[in-house]
Ligand binder design. Structure first.
Ligand code: BGC
Length: 517
C-alpha cells in the first residue's frame, strides 16, 4: 500500500471504528419499553428514560442543527477514496438475506404473541370486520379518510359487480392542527365534511351513513367504537389518547348541525384489504407504505387467544409499525438518532426504518455526518441540510430516478433546493448511493414483514397483497426491491404472492365496511 493510500485507509477506517463504537454504546442503552394497561384497559406507552444525558428533541423543522453558519465546524479532511466511504455505508445499511430471515422468524413469533396477550409491541388489534365483501354490495356512502398529512372526504357509490365509483376532496392537515387540541382537529374535519356535502348537493336533512378511516393505533370495542392508544406520524393533539374517536367526531358533526351517522371506524389497512377483496377474493393481506406503515390480514377468530374462543374470521390490524426489537432490527446510529429526536421516541421503530415520513430524514442525518467528516461537498453543508425533516423522501425518489451522466437533477436537488454551495459529480454519486441504500433497506424490511404474515397464515400457495401508499406508488424500484427480497426469502413460492397496487382503498373500504355494518 502506498503512503497516501495508507492514510486514506486510516481516515475511513477511523470513521468506521468510531461510528461502530458509538453505535454499540447507543444500542446497549436501547431497551424498548413494554406498554402498560391502565385500569380502564387503555394502553399507555411507558415514559422513556434515557441512559444518555441527551434529551429528545421534537421533530420540527425549527430544530435546526446549525445557526446561520453555512460551514460545518470541523475542517474538511482530505477526500478519501469513494469506494471506502461507500463500503462503510454498505456495511451499516445493507440487510443480508440471512438477516432478513431472522427478522421474518422473529416477526412471526411477535404476531403470535400479539394475538395471545394485550399490550405486546405488535398490538394485533381485531377490527370487528368479520365479513369480507362479495362484490354485490350496493349503496351511496360518505367516507372520511385521515391517513397522515392529508385528509379526504369521499362520496363512494358501490355499484355491485365489484365496481366502485368515488369522488373526493382532499385537505391538508397543517402542523398547527397536528400539534394543537383534539377538539380543533375534529372540528376541522366536521367543517370540511360540511363544505363537501354542500358542494355535492347532499341533503344533510336526512341521516347519511359514513365510514371513518382513522389511521392510528386504535383499540376497537365495536365496529363503530374505538379508543386511540397513542398518536404516530407526528400527531400529538391533546385530549384524544384514551378517548373514543368516533364519539369525538360525532360531537363535532353535531355542533355543525350535520346529520351524519358514523357506521364504521376503520384503519386504512383494513379499508384497503376490504376494497381490494371486493374485486379479488384472494386478498388476505393489505399493507400501507406511505407516510407511515402498517399491515392487516384475515385471521381465524379461534387463533385470537386474547379473545377466548370463537368461530369464523376477522380482519386484524397488526400495527406492525411498532415492531421494536433492537436486537433483531438492523438499527444504525442514524436510526437511533432519528428516534431519540422524534415526537414518539422508542415507538414505531420498524415504521421509522421504512416509511415515507422518515426515509428522507435518515438520508439527511447521514449526509450531515459525511459533510462533517469532510467526505461530501468539501465539508460545506447548508442551513437547509442542517434542518431536521427538510430533506424530503420525495427528493430521494428524484435522485434515484436521475440516470443522467452528470446527475443533473441530483445537482438541482442538492444545490437549488437544499442550498448546498457546490457538489461534484463524485459527491452526487455518494448521495445517490446513500438514497439507494436507505430506500432498498426500507423495501427489504417491508418485504420481510409480508413474508412473515404470509407464513403466519400459511398462504404460500396463493395470496394477493393489496398495497397502498405514496412510497409504494411513487418511489422508483420499491416494488421490485420488495419482490427481490421475497424471492430470497421464499424461493420459488414467492411467485404465488401477488403484490398489487391498491389505490384509494382506505376510503372505499370504509364505505364498504359501513355497508356491511
Ligand atoms: C399507524 C397505523 C396506520 C399506518 C399507515 C401508522 O403510523 O399507527 O394505524 O395504519 O401508520 O397509515
Amino acid at each position: 500500500m502506498r503512503k497516501s493510500e495508507t492514510f486514506l485507509f486510516g481516515v475511513t477506517t477511523g470513521i468506521a471504528v468510531v461510528a461502530t463504537v458509538q453505535y454499540l454504546v447507543q444500542l446497549a442503552s436501547y431497551a424498548f419499553p413494554q406498554q402498560k394497561t391502565t385500569s380502564s384497559g387503555i394502553i399507555k406507552p411507558v415514559p422513556v428514560r434515557f441512559k444518555q444525558s441527551e434529551e429528545p428533541v421534537a421533530d420540527t423543522a425549527a430544530n435546526s442543527e446549525v445557526g446561520s453558519s453555512v460551514t460545518l465546524s470541523r475542517p474538511p479532511s482530505p477526500k478519501s477514496s469513494l469506494p471506502s466511504v461507500l463500503e462503510t455505508l454498505d456495511n451499516q445499511l445493507v440487510v443480508s438475506s440471512s438477516k432478513l430471515q431472522k427478522i421474518v422468524l422473529h416477526m412471526v413469533s411477535e404476531f403470535k404473541k400479539g394475538l395471545m396477550n394485550d399490550n405486546e409491541n405488535i398490538a394485533m388489534l381485531p377490527s370487528f370486520v368479520v365479513n369480507r365483501p362479495n362484490g354485490t354490495e350496493v349503496g351511496d356512502y360518505l367516507a372520511l379518510d385521515l391517513g397522515g398529512s392529508n385528509f379526504r372526504v369521499c362520496r363512494v357509490t358501490l355499484e355491485g359487480f365489484g365496481n366502485i365509483r368515488m369522488t373526493h376532496a382532499k385537505y391538508t392537515v397543517s402542523n398547527e392542527l397536528k400539534t394543537g387540541s383534539g377538539e380543533k382537529l375534529f372540528d376541522f374535519f366536521a367543517e370540511c365534511i360540511g363544505s363537501f356535502c354542500k358542494n355535492q348537493g347532499l341533503d344533510t336533512g336526512k341521516s347519511i351513513p359514513m365510514g371513518f378511516t382513522f389511521s392510528f393505533p386504535v383499540e376497537q370495542t365495536a365496529i363503530n367504537k374505538g379508543t386511540l392508544m397513542t398518536w404516530s406520524k407526528g400527531f400529538i393533539c391533546d385530549g384524544v389518547v384514551g378517548q373514543d374517536v368516533v364519539d369525538l367526531l360525532q360531537r363535532s358533526l353535531k355542533k355543525k348541525g350535520l346529520n351524519i351517522e358514523i357506521k364504521a371506524l376503520v384503519n386504512d389497512t383494513v379499508g384497503t384489504l376490504m376494497a381490494h377483496a371486493y374485486s379479488d377474493p384472494q386478498t388476505y393481506i393489505s399493507v400501507i407504505l406511505g407516510t407511515g406503515t402498517n399491515a392487516a390480514y384475515v385471521e381465524k377468530v379461534d387463533n385470537i387467544r386474547k379473545w377466548g374462543t370463537g368461530n369464523g374470521e376477522v380482519i386484524i390490524n397488526t400495527e406492525w409499525g411498532n415492531y421494536n426489537e433492537a436486537t433483531i432490527l438492523p438499527l444504525t446510529p442514524w436510526d437511533l438518532k432519528l428516534d431519540r429526536r422524534s415526537s414518539n421516541p422508542k415507538h414505531q421503530i420498524y415504521e421509522k426504518m421504512i416509511s415515507g415520513m422518515y426515509l428522507g430524514e435518515i438520508v439527511r442525518l447521514i449526509l450531515v455526518e459525511l459533510v462533517k467528516a469532510g467526505e461530501l461537498f468539501n465539508g460545506m453543508g447548508s442551513q437547509t441540510l442542517s434542518t431536521p425533516y427538510r430533506f424530503d423522501t420525495a427528493y430521494m425518489s428524484r435522485i434515484e430516478r436521475d440516470h443522467s451522466l452528470s446527475l443533473a437533477d441530483t445537482k438541482q436537488v442538492l444545490e437549488d433546493v437544499m442550498g448546498v454551495p457546490k457538489s461534484s459529480v463524485e459527491d452526487r454519486r455518494i448521495v445517490r448511493h446513500v438514497c439507494e441504500l436507505v430506500g432498498t433497506r426500507a423495501a427489504r424490511l417491508a418485504a420481510a414483514g409480508i413474508a412473515a404474515l404470509v407464513t403466519k397464515i400459511n398462504r404460500l400457495d396463493a395470496c394477493t397483497v393489496a398495497i397502498d401508499g405514496s412510497l409504494y406508488e411513487h418511489y422508483p424500484h420499491f416494488g421490485n426491491r420488495m419482490r427481490d427480497a421475497l424471492r430470497e426469502l421464499l424461493g420459488i413460492t414467492a411467485e404465488n404472492i401477488l403484490l398489487e397496487q391498491a389505490r384509494d382503498g382506505s376510503g372505499q373500504g370504509a364505505a364498504l365496511i359501513a355497508a356491511l355494518a
